[in-house]
Design a protein around this ligand. Structure first.
Ligand code: PBE
Length: 266
């Protein structure tokens, strides 16, 4: 067997995340594209994936997980992406902001702030690391905002203040989206809006924006990961473009695991 017997050592299991995550779909396609019939993609949650990863690292056991950047786990552990020569996980993508139709009319200031919301990987990562250290997400968001007034001023530039209008933000409990949604929620609040955050699964997140029960989300990974959801709802949503560029997805292993490519799982 190739890959130093990685299959036998991991029981041919790849630790996945929420079944509805876009990445689970691409990971299933990856198994087909690389003809990895023996391998099983284990469903769970993002939090459980990190817990299992940490446990394996503590014991220096081999493990393979589905991973993505930005994520605090890359600063907490020594990890590497497996090479993906067939490109199953797609190229670097963006995280887009998507709002419901009519939001520009009903809450023009909030619409403008959401439209202007854009930050970099190191920004979101500093919020994620703070949350991982145990800071409450709301406080981590406040702290980042207080430390980055120039960036926030660009988002709010020219936006008229709200008058207590309700804004319902939907998000999935991925670490990236916990960080970004808390930050944008706090910025909207500071500009006069009454913001609620609703944690949902991916499908309902898109559906909620499309049917108008939710106002906005900052969590659409495009063009690959959420392509199917996007295509289903694209005529009923307003895509405001990237709030972050250059994400990455793939199979991730601790540095000590002696394989380097998905091909090594054959
Ligand atoms: N993720 C993080 C998501 C998008 C953000 C990669 C877990 C997904 O697979 O749908």
């Amino acid at each position: 067997e190739n890959g130093n017997g990685i299959g036998a050592k991991t029981d041919y299991k790849i630790i996945g995340i929420e079944p509805g995550a876009g990445m689970m779909k691409t990971a299933h396609q990856m198994l087909e594209e690389y003809k990895l019939e023996k391998w099983q993609l284990v469903e769970g949650s993002s939090a459980a994936m990190v817990a299992v990863l940490k446990k394996a690292i503590d014991k220096k056991e081999p493990i393979i997980v589905t991973g993505w950047s930005p994520h605090w786990m890359f600063s907490a552990f020594d990890l590497k992406y497996l090479k993906d020569p067939k490109g199953s996980f797609g190229k670097a993508e963006n995280i887009n902001t998507i709002v419901r139709k009519g939001l520009d009319h009903d809450a023009p200031g909030a619409y403008k702030i959401l439209d202007q919301f854009f930050w970099e990987t190191n920004d979101i990562e500093s919020v994620m690391i703070e949350i991982e250290k145990g800071t409450d997400p709301v406080n981590a968001a406040e702290k980042w905002i207080a430390a980055n007034p120039d960036k926030v001023a660009k988002w709010t530039n020219g936006a008229q203040a709200g008058n207590g209008e309700k804004i319902n933000l939907v998000y999935v409990a991925w670490d990236t989206e916990i960080a970004s949604t808390n930050v944008i929620a706090k910025v909207l609040e500071q500009n006069g809006y009454d913001v609620t955050m609703s944690q949902v699964e991916v499908g309902p997140m898109f559906a909620g924006i499309a049917n108008g029960s939710a106002d906005a989300m900052v969590a659409a990974w495009l063009p690959t990961t959420h392509q199917e959801y996007f295509n289903t709802y694209k005529n009923d949503i307003v895509d405001l473009g990237p709030n972050l560029k250059g994400t990455k997805l793939g199979l991730v292993v601790p540095d000590y695991v002696e394989i380097n490519s998905i091909e090594d799982l054959k």
